[in-house]
Each structure stands twice: as C-alpha cells, then as structure tokens.
Design a protein around this ligand. Sequence first.
Ligand code: SF4
Length: 96
Amino acid sequence: MADDKKKIGALDGAQMTPEGLSFKGFILSPVVENCTGCERVVPFEGANYCPTYADPAKKWSHGICNFATHVKATVDKEGKTKINPLKASKRAARGR
Ligand code: SF4
C-alpha cells in the first residue's frame, strides 16, 4: 500500500541550469522565509523551490501568497489583512 504523503506540487522534469532551476520553461527562485510550512515547497538539490510560483519572493512582496497551505489571509475590522497560521493540530492530524 502506498503510504507516501501526497504532494501538492512536484518538480518532475526540473533541471538545474547555470541560470537556476529550470522547470516547465521557467527559472525557479528558491522559496523565501514566508513559505516555511507551506506544503507546496519541494526540496531539490539542497534548496527548496515552489512549483506553483517561479519567484516566491515577488509573490510575497505583494501580500500573502494565495496558494499558501500554511497561512490564511483574513481582513480585520480596520480593513487590515492578517495572516492566520493554520492550526498545528490540524496539520499534525493530516501529516504523521
Ligand atoms: S505556494 Fe506560496 S507560500 Fe507556498 S511555497 Fe509557493 S510561494 Fe511559497
């Protein structure tokens, strides 16, 4: 029985090039600190990459990544966007 955790993203066919990690015609940049905990992060040759966004730093520079699996954006009463970490217990139940 397959007990591997199902990955949301994978870097099948990705290749390291002198410009960076090439995947589906894009050069991927390593993930940023905000991505820590996201299930889309995929390790590849000693670094972590996101198959969803080629440039995670750019994605986060415009606000919360809307594809992040570990945080959720909500707007509070003052209209400010807040990041809510998903409950660790939920993650633990899904994971191990
Ligand atoms: S989906 Fe967003 S938060 Fe998750 S690894 Fe990619 S850029 Fe980072």
